[in-house]
Write a protein that binds this ligand. Structure first.
Ligand SMILES: [Zn+2]
Length: 223
């Protein structure tokens, strides 16, 4: 897959940022576990991150993904937690209402998921998201059409995921960071600790952490 895929005048699908600089981008999804220690970490370290909030996770409706171990702060701050992150300069972007596999939904149902999440985020945080991340990375042309009609400017995928313990799970065989990589973390137990380990690891490898929105503004054609 190319780093940026364009389909007509629909929002581009971005899986890495075209750049030659040694810079990678951190994105954090869902929102089940709301450890106040992580907000402090983001504030203290001034590390640029982008959050993709999913309503049912933020509001703790249902059962969180158990992959990170038992949660201690599940739904603790609800949207107040994301207001704190926003106040720490973290853009809060769209990751649907209920985390469905969008490929299994018709256009109208996809639109309800995406526009619905935009409405909730605008109501709770005051700003409308401009980026969308499809759950599981699953999307189709209807997703792009729906996202566009909900005011989304780009669909963001990722290059590698970060596991509990700060371990990077690469999708490339040589297991190296590359300029422009987008890393995906989740709001899981021990995120503050894993985040510290990860940021130190990235810096040791000579990479900086980039501001995603600034790079997108430079990369995408103005519309
Ligand atoms: Zn997700």
């Amino acid at each position: 897959m190319r780093p940026v895929e364009h389909t007509g005048d629909l929002p581009p699908v971005i899986s890495s940022i075209p750049t030659k600089r040694k810079v990678v981008f951190l994105t954090i999804d869902d929102g089940w576990e709301q450890d106040p220690g992580f907000v402090k970490e983001v504030r203290d370290r001034h590390v640029p991150i982008t959050a993709f909030a999913m309503r049912d996770a933020v509001e703790a409706k249902g059962t969180p993904d158990p992959a990170g171990g038992p949660g201690k702060y599940v739904g603790a701050g609800k949207w107040g937690y994301f207001r704190q992150l926003r106040d720490a300069h973290v853009p809060i972007e769209n990751h649907t209402l209920t985390h469905p596999n969008l490929r299994l939904l018709a256009h109208d149902a996809q639109r309800r998921e995406i526009c619905g999440a935009t409405r909730v985020i605008r109501r709770e945080l005051g700003d409308s998201p401009t980026l969308f991340r499809p759950p599981f990375g699953n999307y189709n042309t209807d997703t792009l059409r729906a996202a566009k009609s909900c005011g989304i400017q780009a669909v963001l995928l990722w290059t590698a995921t970060v596991q509990p313990g700060g371990k990077i799970a690469y999708q490339v065989p040589d297991k190296r960071l590359r300029p422009g990589d987008i890393l995906l973390l989740h709001f899981r137990p021990n995120l503050a600790r894993d985040f510290r380990i990860l940021v130190d690891k990235i810096k040791r490898r000579g990479y900086e952490l980039g501001n995603l929105q600034a790079y997108l503004d430079a990369t995408l054609p103005r519309r």
